[in-house]
Design a protein. Sequence first.
Length: 287
Amino acid sequence: MTGTETSATEYDSIVYEVPVPKVARIVVNRPDKRNAQSYRMLYELNQAFDRAAQDDEVSVIVLAAAGPDFSSGHDLKDTERMEALEEFDTVGTWCGFGCAGAEGRMAIEEELYLGLSERWRNIAKPTIAAVQGRCIAGGMQIIWPMDLIIAADDASFKINPMEMGVACAEFFHEPWELGVRKAKEMLFTADFFSAEEARQFGMVNRVVPADELQDYTLALAERISRMQLFALKLAKGAVNSAQDRMGRHDSLQVGFAYHQLSHSHNQELFGIPADPTFMKAWGRAPQ
Ligand code: ZN
């Protein structure tokens, strides 16, 4: 991906570029780790979204990823979590990230996995995700907040908290992305589903050939950027408001609370340390 204005050096885990006038593209850039999300990456994404939001020359924001897979989810081997929490400005007010037990874990997840996703969902400008390859678990929590999702025909998706004995994602958007019945199926089974299935569920807007994904998404972003920006912001706000009046915001809190209850249950039963690293064994029913 080349852009007219690129600034890879300012970030460790992402690239920020303006490939055509009025369109910013933020590229998740840890392909050697299948774009696993470290805390640093999530905060850098947040900085880049802020940068695009604050740039009056930018009307539309594209989220893309380098390499064959969009994201393998949270980086369970991230060894610099607390350093990142200290280095970057937090977006929420829970804090107490080092507290013992459920208090610290909930604070961290409220900040990084709910707070950031919800913040990006509410960016005023239109946002578009371009997804290729596999997008798993936490990967969903960075594409679901986007307004539109364009998928390559090789894309596949997986919602896997159940494999870890956890109810649902921290950013509980499954019913809104998949519809109620498919949300239950995909949560219960943790099966992969294809780009075409995702389109049928309503999670994905368009499926395009993999080698056309970036060009198609950029052309769509450019076309939208020619509309009046204020009207775009108001259209987005009106749809988001409608979704919240249908109960999205309240159910988001319930899903997050149940997610935390799952973590606490596993800790109580299995004595898992406070570190938010998961073990797949938690998801197995007693034999
Ligand atoms: Zn969690």
